[in-house]
Design a protein around this ligand. Structure first.
Ligand code: HEC
Ligand code: HEC
Ligand code: HEC
Ligand code: HEC
Ligand code: HEC
Length: 455
């Protein structure tokens, strides 16, 4: 009995009584225009689209969208969710990580943990999926989109940003939705299907930002190169790129790229996508600014206050965003004296890749029903605290520094904002590659030299 059977689905629905208006793919909110699963061949493989849209295809291939289901970390965590929760969450996760597999019912997990999927569903978030989305389905009117709440018409025209596009291979239709954040928000807002606890709120964060108020959409930063995105963040003006839309030589302005670059340096490099990893680094490096100040004189043996400011300058949502109960952005601050001796430090990485206790980490601190720390989406019962930094906002962290030993000459203080997509233990528990070190990116840093006052 290899697939989601009707019986399993019904028990699942019964177990989740709180959810109203469940679609046919519950707990995913995704739905088709017919209300029935789509045929196995309904979606065209990306390589076929790539025949006439080679630039879009090449860019997309390096993205986490193309790898959303191949991602070995996703697969391992999904398998665990399935095995510990009797398959109840299988479709929730699959609705975003393989929407084609979900809608065509061509993906399932065997009781043994083996994952079975049709090749065209393994393409993750693919061309034909996005370009046949008709509209966004909301939980309730006025609420933010989420949990893949999208209505799809796989047999319909290819919907896109142009009103006058003509193709012999497919029908086309203008879609305003494709120029707006709501299309993205349907998958970039994750909530628990029972109770509604929000696990990832990228869309909601964007909605509350100055970017949303100025009409700057996700596309304006994530469908352009990193340096253009930084310019967009500074100027609050939409990007204007020109590019070739198909092999028929059609050149258009505006034009958007399909790299969908984000912050995942770790998984892109793990998957052997060095170009995508380099662009993710570049995005992270332009996202924040750090400043450092000392209050009062610094004297040997006496504590003083050290203030570090972190400003979110270029992310169109909080910094960090997404699954921040899992992603790690933290401050490494170190003070050395003129003799080169480290007199104080916080946020250092241990040789085994662990972050030292007391480190200031920015993000959500989530717990399970028993109040224990939790990061797995299906275990999160409550977010106790969220210290991610809203768009264009500033966080100020004050440390009480007690320098160790005698101080010589002057103190040099260096504060660095660092990021990694996931903690090292994740590699050891979920990724079968011993010795792989999760790459750490230095996003921004500041330096201050202060003389040591006499006793
Ligand atoms: C995550 C959803 C998504 C995926 C996956 C996706 N696209 Fe797009 N595509 C868009 C959006 C959104 C736009 C319009 C952006 C705008 O105008 O603001 C677009 C624009 C286009 C355009 C118009 C020209 C351009 O590049 O701006 C073409 C052609 C296109 N996509 C083809 C493809 C092909 C082929 C693939 C697969 C290789 C693909 N798309 C994958 C969302 C997607
Ligand atoms: C035989 C060639 C061919 C194939 C194959 C093809 N397209 Fe197109 N497509 C075109 C042409 C030509 C245009 C018009 C380009 C223009 O006017 O700028 C177009 C336009 C588009 C647009 C823009 C629509 C709009 O109104 O904004 C999208 C989106 C698109 N294609 C997606 C796809 C997807 C997804 C696939 C695969 C399922 C695909 N195409 C396969 C030739 C093709
Ligand atoms: C069908 C669901 C879906 C839609 C629609 C969607 N995404 Fe995604 N997106 C995902 C998933 C799933 C991932 C993560 C895959 C992974 O890491 O395994 C992702 C990853 C990303 C990343 C990379 C994140 C990182 O950590 O580097 C960016 C950037 C992104 N999406 C932007 C967009 C934008 C912009 C749009 C709208 C044009 C969009 N997405 C629409 C599901 C979706
Ligand atoms: C003003 C530019 C801008 C806009 C608008 C914007 N982003 Fe981002 N985004 C960034 C930057 C810079 C980063 C890298 C720093 C970070 O992780 O926040 C990023 C990172 C991300 C990541 C990776 C997070 C991680 O740590 O894995 C995702 C996913 C993402 N954005 C999705 C979106 C979505 C969805 C929207 C629209 C609702 C959006 N972004 C709007 C600039 C922008
Ligand atoms: C509403 C859409 C959505 C749902 C539902 C969803 N995810 Fe995701 N997932 C994403 C997006 C978008 C990202 C990447 C951006 C982020 O949040 O950092 C992601 C990232 C991940 C990652 C990190 C991958 C990496 O390489 O860093 C894992 C693991 C993951 N999801 C597992 C799951 C599991 C297991 C479930 C079901 C319990 C699930 N997801 C449900 C959209 C979704």
């Amino acid at each position: 009995m290899p697939r989601f059977s009707v019986v399993v689905l019904l028990t699942m629905v019964a177990a989740c009584v709180a959810a109203a208006a469940d679609g046919p793919f519950f707990p995913s909110a995704i739905d088709t225009v017919t209300g029935y699963p789509a045929g196995a061949e309904a979606y065209v493989p990306a390589a076929e689209c790539g025949y006439c849209h080679p630039d879009q295809y090449r860019q997309w291939q390096g993205s986490m969208h193309a790898n959303a289901f191949r991602d070995p970390l996703y697969r391992a965590v999904w398998r665990e969710a399935s095995q510990t929760r009797g398959g109840r969450f299988d479709r929730l996760c699959a609705g975003c990580h393989t929407p084609v597999g979900t809608v065509t019912e061509q993906v399932w997990i065997r009781a043994s943990g083996e994952i079975v999927i049709a090749p065209r569903a393994e393409e993750g978030v693919t061309c034909d999926f996005c370009h046949t989305v008709v509209r966004v389905l909301l939980r309730e009117p006025g609420q933010a989109p989420g949990n893949a709440g999208l209505l799809v018409d796989p047999n319909g025209p290819k919907r896109g940003p142009y009103a006058d596009a003509v193709s012999t291979f497919h029908e086309t239709a203008f879609s305003e939705l494709h120029t707006r954040s709501e299309l993205c928000g349907a998958c970039h807002n994750v909530f628990h299907p029972v109770g509604g606890v929000e696990v990832a709120r990228t869309y909601a964060e964007w909605r509350a930002s100055v970017y949303a108020r100025n009409g700057i959409q996700c596309q304006d930063c994530h469908m352009v190169p990193p340096e253009v995105a930084q310019q967009v963040a500074r100027s609050l003006e939409k990007p204007v790129l020109t590019g070739v839309t198909s092999t028929f030589g059609t050149e258009r302005t505006p034009y958007f790229e399909h790299g969908f670059g984000g912050a995942n340096v770790a998984m892109t490099s793990f998957l052997g996508l060095p170009g995508s990893a380099a662009r993710a680094r570049q995005r992270l490096r332009g996202a924040a600014e750090v400043g450092v100040d000392v209050r009062g004189p610094v004297r040997p043996g006496e504590p003083f206050d050290l203030e570090v400011q972190v400003r979110n300058v270029a992310a169109g949502h909080n910094l960090p965003t997404g699954m921040t109960e899992f992603r790690q952005m933290w401050l490494h601050v170190v003070a050395t004296d003129d003799a080169g001796r480290t007199v104080w430090e916080t946020g250092a990485l241990a040789p085994d890749g662990r972050l030292s206790g007391g480190t200031r980490v920015f993000g959500a601190r989530a717990v399970d029903v028993g109040g224990r720390p939790a990061w797995k989406p299906w275990e999160v019962a409550r977010v106790e605290e969220d210290t991610s930094i809203p768009a264009r906002a500033r966080a100020v962290v004050t440390y009480r520094v007690v320098p160790s030993g005698p101080l010589e000459g002057a103190l040099e203080i260096v504060a660095t904002l660092r990021y990694r997509s996931f903690p090292q233990f994740v590699v050891d528990s979920y990724l079968d590659r011993p010795g792989y070190r999760v790459p750490v990116v230095d996003m921004a840093s500041a330096r201050l030299r202060i003389p040591v006052a006499g006793p």
